[in-house]
Design a protein around this ligand. Sequence first.
Ligand code: NAG
Length: 768
Amino acid sequence: MKTGVFLIVILVILSFSSCQQNQVPLVQVIPEPGFIVEKNEKPFVIGEHTDILIPDSVMLPAATFLQSVLKTNLPIIFTNETKQKKSSILFELDTELDSLTNEGYVLDISKSGVIIRSAGPQGLFYAVETIRQMLPAELETMPLEKVILPAVQITDKPRFQWRGMHLDVSRHFMPVEFVKKYIDYLAMHKLNVFHWHLVDGIGWRIEIKSHPELTDIGAWRVVKENKKPWQDFEVWKEGDDRQKYGGYYTQEEIKEVVTYAAEHFITVLPEIELPGHSEVVFQCYPDLVCKDKNNNPLRNTGVYCASNPESYKLLEEIIDEVLCLFPSEYIHIGGDEVNKSNWKVCADCQKLMNEKGYDADDLQSHFVNHFDEYLKSKGRKLIGWHEILEGELSESATIMYWGGINGVADYLKKGHQTVLTTGSHLYFDHYQSLSKHEPVAFGGYSTMQNVYEYEPVPEDLEPEFASLVMGVQGNVWTEYMENPQRVEYMTMPRMAALSEIAWQSKGKKDWEHFRAKMDGLIQHYDQLDINYAKSAFRPNIGFVLNADTKDIEVTIESELETEIYYTIDGTKPTPETAVKYTAPFSLSTSATVNAISVKNGNVMGEVESADAILHKARGAKVTVDPEPTGKYKANGGYTLVDTDFGGTKWGNGKWLGMLSTDFVTTIEFDQPTEISKIGYNCIEETGAGIFFPQELQLSVSNDGEKYVGLQNWRSERDLSAIRTSNSVTRTIEVDFETTSCKYLKIKTIYPRVPNSGVFIFVDEIIVD
Ligand code: NAG
C-alpha cells in the first residue's frame, strides 16, 4: 500500500516537473547533483525562529559551516529528536544511507523546514555546499534580509573517491593564506584531495628540522635580471645582498594547513620528489651527487645517487618528519622525468647494477621500491607519477598518470590503482583559449569545454581495468604562475569543469546545462573576489569562406554564455555603440572584426580582433607537393586560401606542417588574375623544431606547364643564433611587378639545421 502511494507521489512530481520543462531549473549547482525532484510546494523561508538541530557533535562542522553560509546567528541546538520541528534545519546521520557513501547526502527542503541526511559528516558538509550555491551570491559577503530555499529533494553522491587538485609551490612559493583560500575553493567544488607539490628542483618549501639546510639554502634563490625566477637559478646564501626570492612553510604552518583542510574534509597529499627533480637538494648537500670512477662528483642533474646509502638515509629522515605532519594514507614520492645519465657513469651505481643485473630503469625501481617498503612499514601507501612503472614496480604502488588521453588505457592495463591527471586535459598550466591576450603559459591547450567533456574511463576498457581508476585531479605547475592571482586565473573556472567530471555519474553530462549553470557560480566567484580567467567568455571570431559567393561568413561565439558586441570599421566596440551579435553575417570586402563579450554588465577580458582578408586567391584550387606530414594536414591545400588564419598555436589543427622537406604549393586561379604581392604566413618555435622558411621561389604560368620565374625571397638570418621557446608568427611579404597568371607556384625551401629535423608550418597564403 505504502509503495503504491509513493509511486503516485513520484508520478505526480514527475508530471509536474515535465510541465515545467521550459522553466529555469530551481537548482543550478556545480557539480551537478545526482537526482533533483522539484516539489510543487512553497519554498522554505529561513527566519528568526529557525533553529539548526544536531543530534551529535560530529555534525558540528557542517552546522557551523551552514551558519557561516547563511550569515546569521541561527542557534545550533543539540537534540535527541529525530523528527523535524517546524521551521528547523535538522542534520541527521543515517547509517542506512550507506549506499550513498560518507560523501553522499539527501537534502530535503519543504515549506516547513529542511532535513539533511548522510551516512557521514562529510556528506552533511557537501549538502551545505549545495545549499550555498542555491542561495544568492551576495550572501557570500553580507547577510540578506530574507533567505529562501526552494522546495526540492536532492539525492547526491560522488562518482569518484579521489577528486583532487594539485599545487606546485616549488617553482613559485605561495603564502599560507593563499593555500588556505585554495582549500576553500576545492571544498566549494566538492573536491577532497589537495596534492601539495612541496619540493622540486628549484625550491624546497617544507621545514625539515633534522636538515635545516634544505630550507636555509634550498628555499631561496637569487632573482636574475631578465629571467623568470625559475630559470637558470642560483641559490641565495646568508650575506648575499642580491634580491632573493622564495619562502617555505614551517612545520607549525603545515599543521595549520592540514587541520584547516581536514575541517573542509580535504586530505592533504604531500609530495617529496625522488629520485629526480631535486637539484636544490644537491645545492644543499653537494657531496651526495653521484661520483665518477676517480671519486669526482658528477654534474648536479637533480637525481639522488641510487647506490649511496646516504641518499636513502636523508630521504628516510625527511619522510619521518613528513609522516608526523601529514596523516594521509598516501604519500607521493614523485618519480617523474628521472634523468638517469649519472647512474650510467657513477662508479658505485654501475657496481650495484652489475651485481644485481639491473639496467637504469631497474635501478629506478630499486630506489622507488625501497620507499614503497619504507612507507608500508610505517602504515602508509606510496603513490607516484606514472614513470615509476619503468622497471619492476611493486604491485601495491599506486600511479598518478599524467600522459595524454590516448595512453590512459595502456597504463590502466598495467594493473595498478590509478589517479588520472591526464596531461591533455587536466593540466591547468596549459593555455585555456587561443587569444593573443592570454598570459604566457607552459604550453598545451585545454579549454573549459575540453576539461568538461573529458571522460576519464576509456570506452571499451574491460571492467577489471576500468575499476582501477580511483579518480581525477587537475595539476597546477607554477613555472609561469608567479603569484596567487595567476594561480586563480589558471585554475578557475576550469576547476568547476573538473568537479563535474569527478562528481557526476558517467554519461550524464550536458554542456548546455553546464554553460547556463556557470552564470550562477561566477557570481559567487565575483563576490569572493577570485581572479578567475575570462578565457571561456572571450569572443572567438571564426571565418568560413563561402565557396560560391567567395564572401566570408563570420561567426562570433564564446564557450560560456555571454552577450557579444562587434564592429567592422576598426573602432573599439562598446555595448552602447557596437552591434550586438545575434547570428553569423557575411563580409564581401576586407575588414577588421573587433568583438567584446559582456556578462552581467561587465566586459569580460580584452577586445578580440581578426582580419577578414578577401584576397585574390581565396577559395582557389591549391595543391601541396609532397603532402603535409603526419597529423599536420589540416584541410589540405585549401587550408592555405580559406581565409581562416592558423592563429597562434601550431598544434591547433589549422596549420599545414612539412617535416624536413622542400615543398611546392601551386595555386590555380579561376581565371587569369593580376597579382603583385603575396603574404606567406608561418609560425616558428625552434624549441619544438619549427622554423621559418629559408627561401621562397615564386613562378607563374598560364597553362600549368610552362612556368616563368617571378621573384625569390631569402632569409639572411644566422640560424645558430635563433632560440624561441614560445611560438612566433610572421607574414613574409614578397612584392613583385604586376603580372597576370592562372597558376602561381611557390617553392618553399626549409633551413638546413645541423643534426635536427626541421618543420615548416604554413597557413594562409595571401595573394593580391
Ligand atoms: C612535466 C613535469 C613537471 C612540469 C610540468 C609542466 C609532471 C609530472 N612533470 O614536465 O615538473 O612542471 O610537466 O607542465 O608533470
